[in-house]
Design a protein around this ligand. Sequence first.
Ligand SMILES: [Zn+2]
Length: 212
Amino acid sequence: MSRWIIGAKKDFKSGLWCALALMTLLTAGLSAAPLTILLDAGHGGKDPGAVHHGVYESRVNLAIVKEVGRRLQSYGYRVAYTRQSNIYLSPSQRASMAKLYQRALVVSVHCNGSRYSSSRGVETFTCNGYGSTSHTLATKIQKRLVKLGLFKNRGVKRGNFAVLRQHQHPSALVECGFLSNSYDRAKLKSSTYQKRIAEAITQGIRDTALKK
Ligand SMILES: [Zn+2]
């Protein structure tokens, strides 16, 4: 009888230690959740975005995003995409995907369009709130894009986009140039320049220096 009680006590004690060890491990796991870079190619499907002279924004965005993803993976980043084909997703659906990750950085890629064909250049948007990381991310990406020497610098701006606003992760939205401007469009539709733009965005994300 007494041996049974001692044994039960021992079991209880070791069970308690196991539970404590498990909780410690879980807590450590939570604080060190891996970083996912969620890449969002703007528009798609029934929503082509800006279309000028046969160049579709949705296609250009996707081509750039895929190049960014490949590059980030080669640097050891975990990469996820909101879309990898020509499908329609609402802004809320895109933001919901961001919520699936415990730790993420969201980069949405777009091209601009304007009724004024003289409007040109690159600009990066950040959202109100969610700390300084969003601003750092937007600033680093913009800096790298401007450094390419291809686009006029329109600066870092604040934008109220759902894909930036409806989740808790640091995020930025890049407008890679104007499809409505012949100079920018010539760059944006070229796969060679798309790769250079993708490289700049990739380096901007790396410059943000978040722990993987
Ligand atoms: Zn767009």
